[in-house]
Design a protein around this ligand. Structure first.
Ligand code: PAF
Length: 294
């Protein structure tokens, strides 16, 4: 594996690779890598000749009071994990490489209709920070494809929309959510959880599954289901941020007519803000107005 900090050196290397007919898949990350990230690397290796992983903790996507300063940094371990997994190229720029002089970006990429809802409502500016840094990474690496974990489903849609709208020739691929045995979605922020909280944390996924089952069993009162799920989370020690049953395509509230549904949730457990989701297709053959308890 080759590691680059410098944009010009990385570009030179990738230019040569492209000249040799090699294709490139990018996995953007903020480091502190876990098995979920490594599965993205596996996927990158399947779709392209070269897997490039970027590690960059992007200040632009953190709001005031968020965990930018304390965000877990584990560069040497990450490098070793990537090397063992067969990653070809690691790009780990310094802030000065990505945001010269000002440490911020004068030009930003905004995807308004997707960015102010759900996580965007609690984290104003977050998705602009994400879309901006990902667009910059696309400009630097010029990948044929880029792989993102579907745990951050809203982020996936924001990036897909920005890529389509800006006519960027990058195929955006979503990779299934990696979970621990308990069902907890893997996340770099799970490191903030203590042992007791870790046991409780899978409750978020269980609540999503229960709600999915209720919908599949014919309960179509989505508002009541969301309220009930939030209450259940609270009772299990979470501080819910939102719990929403939405359309997969645009994250607007789902109605009884919608088939492709995503249930999105975010909740605090101690210091950790956990997010998770479940996507599924509502079966049309079920009776419409049957109600079941979640
Ligand atoms: O999902 C993440 O880790 C980050 O939001 C990303 C996509 C690497 C952009 O900084």
């Amino acid at each position: 594996m080759v590691t680059f900090e410098n944009i010009a050196n990385l570009r030179k290397y990738l230019y040569q690779a492209r000249m040799e007919g090699k294709s490139i898949a990018l996995v953007p990350t903020m480091g502190n890598l876990h098995e979920g990230h490594l599965q993205l690397v596996d996927q990158a290796q399947k779709v392209a000749t070269l897997a490039v992983v970027s590690i960059f903790i992007n200040p632009l996507q953190f709001g005031p009071g968020e965990d930018y300063k304390g965000y877990p940094r584990s560069f040497s371990q990450d490098q070793e994990k990537l090397r063992k997994r067969g990653c070809h190229i690691l790009f780990s720029p310094q802030i000065e490489n990505m945001y010269p002089e000002t440490r911020i970006s004068a030009t930003v990429v905004k995807v308004p209709h997707l960015s102010h809802i759900h996580c965007g409502a609690s984290r104003p500016g977050h998705f602009t920070g994400v879309a901006t840094v990902v667009t910059k990474l696309f400009g630097i690496v010029q990948p044929d494809a880029a792989i993102f974990g579907l745990k951050d489903y809203q982020q996936f849609l924001v990036i897909k929309q920005a890529t389509d709208d800006l006519c960027l020739p990058v195929k955006i691929i979503g990779s299934p959510i990696a979970r621990t045995e308990s069902g907890l979605a893997m996340s770099s922020r799970n490191g903030y959880l203590n042992a007791t909280q870790k046991e409780k944390a899978a409750g978020l996924y269980r609540t999503l599954v229960k709600t999915q089952l209720a919908i599949e069993n014919g309960n179509c009162d989505y508002d009541a289901l969301s309220v009930k799920a939030s209450r259940q989370l609270e009772q299990s020690g979470f501080q819910p941020d939102y719990f929403s049953i939405c359309r997969q395509k645009d994250l607007q509230p789902a109605t009884i007519k919608d088939r492709d549904v995503v249930i999105l949730a975010a909740a605090y457990l101690g210091k950790a803000r956990l997010i998770d989701n479940i996507r599924f297709t509502v079966n049309l053959t079920l009776p419409k107005y049957r109600h079941y308890d979640v």
